[in-house]
Design a protein around this ligand. Structure first.
Ligand SMILES: [Zn+2]
Length: 114
């Protein structure tokens, strides 16, 4: 079972549907998913912006973004990690944008609605 399912509350329903599919397919591939972030308040987002790890116009503010990690792997800088390859593949399959393709700030745990 994924950890942090309560972080899916408040997500835009169509986006949430797709995210749930990605999560269940990732778990079927053997990953243990933790949902790190879903919807963010302005205050939560601002705190992350000040640390340099979020955009002031983040889609997390609209409930149209999530951050997922594998509980064993955590956050890794290894761009070729299988977790990121699987996540990007399933994001594409379900019509979501994968943050590993962002040019301004590589964000491989992040998925968002188009
Ligand atoms: Zn994110």
């Amino acid at each position: 079972m994924p950890v942090g399912m309560e972080k899916l509350y408040g997500l835009q329903p169509e986006f949430r549907n797709k995210v749930e599919k990605v999560i269940s397919e990732m778990e079927n591939r053997g990953w243990s998913i933790r949902i790190v972030w879903g919807l963010r308040t302005e205050e939560e987002n601002l705190r992350l912006v000040r640390k340099g790890v979020a955009s002031p116009t983040s889609k997390h503010l609209q409930g149209k973004a999530v951050d997922l990690i594998d509980r064993q792997t955590g956050y890794t800088e290894n761009r070729d990690h299988k977790f990121y390859r699987d996540l990007s593949e399933l994001a594409r399959k379900h019509g979501l944008i994968w943050g590993g393709n962002f040019r301004t700030r590589w964000d491989p745990c992040h998925l968002e609605a188009p």
